[in-house]
Design a binder for this molecule. Structure first.
Ligand code: IPE
Ligand code: IPE
Ligand code: MG
Length: 233
């Protein structure tokens, strides 16, 4: 099953282009999340990892940060039951100790209530920094002998507070909003990810856009450092 990760970017610019406050873009962005989660299973996606809030996003104005946190709470209150009904497991990666206790409780409740779901795993990255996770994992793994890619990935899952085990390698990384960078997202897991950048801003992103990205991904030839089978003679 394909692991698709999305850097959901461009909410602020989308709102600004309409003369609205950035928060308006975040609100509409939450709608895009709902649509993409609904569409993913039928497109062959098994795991969908969504970058919702980076550890560096704490540096934004307090008002925007609270709006984002409030939206996350609203999303969980409204969508957890629906996800449970539709077979969608919700899991979080990132630090939890800096979330407000009420939000952390909603996060845990969503994970618990959807723990048995198997149709799609949605991982939401909140207060997430790939470099911080790697540093924490490396310090915990210091005495591990032998240290392998697999055992390090398990350390990374612990360090990312993932209750659904190691984050698998990303097959397709999508970034909306036109920027072409990783912004500290899944640096280890994206080693061989196919990268797909689209100028479309996240609030405008729909199921058809996900489908187009996956169609393009299926056309790519992944070689993992080798040579294509037909040419290996
Ligand atoms: C993505 O949109 C949402 C978060 C990073 C939380 P932005 O808020 O970064 O929107 P732009 O990039 O400023 O347009
Ligand atoms: C990355 O977007 C984080 C999320 C989408 C949650 P940013 O908007 O924070 O990234 P930069 O600042 O453009 O690199
Ligand atoms: Mg941005």
């Amino acid at each position: 099953m394909t692991h698709v990760a999305i850097i959901m970017d461009g909410n602020g610019r989308w709102a600004k282009s309409l003369g609205r406050a950035r928060e308006f873009g975040h609100r509409r962005g939450a709608e895009s999340v709902r649509k993409v989660v609904e569409a993913a299973p039928d497109l062959g996606v098994g795991t969908l990892t969504l970058y919702a809030f980076s550890s560096d996003n704490w540096t934004r104005p307090a008002r925007e940060v609270s709006a984002l946190m409030a939206l996350l709470g609203k999303y969980l209150r409204e969508q957890t039951s629906r996800c449970a009904e539709k077979g969608v497991r919700i899991n979080f990666i990132g630090r939890r100790d800096r979330l407000a206790p009420a939000l952390a409780a909603l996060v845990e409740q969503a994970e618990r209530r959807t723990a048995g779901c198997r149709r799609l795993l949605v991982r939401i990255a909140v207060d997430y920094s790939a470099r911080d996770a790697i540093v924490r994992a490396a310090s915990r793994a210091a005495g591990d002998v032998p240290l392998t890619r697999e055992s390090f990935a398990a350390r990374l899952a612990e360090a990312s507070h993932s209750s659904a085990g190691p984050v698998p390698d990303v097959d397709l990384l999508i970034r909306t909003g036109g920027e072409q960078r990783l912004s500290d997202f899944l640096l280890w897991e994206c080693a061989y990810a196919e990268l797909y950048f689209t100028p479309r801003k996240w609030p405008d992103f729909e199921a058809a856009d996900l489908e187009a990205a996956i169609r393009e991904f299926r056309r790519r030839e992944r070689r993992f450092g080798g040579v294509p089978a037909a040419k290996a003679v």
